[in-house]
Design a protein around this ligand. Structure first.
Ligand code: ATP
Length: 328
């Protein structure tokens, strides 16, 4: 694409919030200002673009936010943006302010919106992967995953203490939508006996056999970490099956839920968000348009938005073996 010079950049957060989004906003605003560009914040994702909830930001507007979870720009899901009319309205609002470049921090749904928008109108878009689910291909990291998985680890460690005191079987459900990364990583890191994720077929007979065998060996503390997107359902569904099949097991369920989204971002999330935000602005300036900025093997990696919305991040095979062998 022959690119014209970008002079005014808008930034928004869209879809589910993720810790580290504020660090990314800060990086976009400050890098834009460093390069002499004007920077605008857009409230509530694509909804703010449509409702004209857009304001100029300065370097001080993003002071004291790098350590905060959530997003100062708020986030939303916008039905109107799914329609051409909504996107046109959004375009007109940007146009009247002269905004000629966009940075979208969100998940693959947000990138689908960005892809359509940049195909229809003359505003280049850069996507930053902001999701706790780590379900986007083209980056080893997504903003928010490290914080979410560390929150899950901290919680599961606490659950193990009480499970140990009572010889209980705990089923812990973690987030991730249809991806199993939070479950796999938090499960391995906490020594969970079983990890159930959507990327692998959940073999209930195998699970029952492994729990029964552990009972025989008097291994009484058992942790099963279940991804919310597992094909058998979440923690409650798995617990119901186990209670039916092993009535003697003292079983409890804990659904970690939204605590995994909140909280102060880890150092890693702050760093990748800062790095990605910085490079998003450089992309707009250098004419590398309509890409998602990722990091692969510690180097910046740019995926065309078209591809970013299609591919899911695959879990390397060895993780499955590690999880199985170390849990025995
Ligand atoms: P998360 O992974 O955290 O849920 P996400 O970015 O995938 O984040 P979505 O709700 O899927 O979250 O998408 C966010 C917004 O992006 C939607 O509310 C909608 O406004 C826009 N969007 C999603 N898909 C499309 C599409 N096909 N066309 C236009 N806009 C879209």
């Amino acid at each position: 694409m022959e690119s014209k010079k970008v002079s005014k950049i808008g930034v928004l957060t869209s879809g589910g919030d993720a810790p580290g989004m504020n660090a990314a906003i800060r990086a976009v605003i400050r890098t834009s200002i460093y390069h002499g560009l004007e920077a605008f914040g857009i409230m509530r994702g694509y909804s703010g673009m449509i409702d004209d909830d857009i304001f100029k930001m300065e370097s001080r507007s993003v002071a004291n936010i790098i350590q905060r979870g959530g997003t100062i720009l708020k986030t939303a899901r916008s039905k109107e943006f799914l329609e051409y009319e909504g996107r046109k309205k959004a375009y007109e609002n940007l146009k009247k302010r002269g905004i000629d470049g966009l940075v979208i921090i969100g998940g693959d749904g947000s990138f689908k919106g960005a892809q359509k928008f940049s195909n229809e109108f003359d505003i280049p878009c850069i996507g930053l992967p902001g999701t706790i689910d780590k379900d986007i291909a083209g980056s080893d990291f997504t903003i928010g995953f490290d914080t979410a998985v560390n929150t899950a680890v901290e919680a599961i460690d606490k659950i193990r203490d009480t499970a140990d005191a009572h010889d209980r079987l705990f089923i812990v459900e973690v987030m991730g939508r249809d991806a199993g990364y939070i479950a796999l990583h938090s499960g391995i890191a906490t020594g969970a006996e079983n990890i159930l994720i959507p990327e692998t077929k959940t073999d209930i007979e195998d699970l029952i056999e492994s729990l029964t065998e552990k009972e025989r060996r008097q291994k009484l503390v058992n942790l099963v970490v279940v991804a919310e997107g597992d094909e058998f359902g979440g923690g409650n569904e798995i617990a119901a099956i186990i209670k039916r099949r092993i009535p003697s097991a003292d079983t409890r369920v804990c659904i970690l839920g939204h605590i995994q989204r909140g909280g102060s971002p880890t150092c890693l999330d702050r760093l990748i968000a800062s790095r990605m935000g910085f490079h998003a602005v450089e992309c707009l300036i250098n004419g590398k348009h309509n890409v998602m900025v990722g990091i692969v093997n510690n180097k910046m990696h740019y995926t065309p938005l078209d591809n970013a919305v299609k591919a899911k991040q695959k879990i390397p095979e060895d993780w499955f073996r590690i999880a199985k062998i170390l849990a025995s």
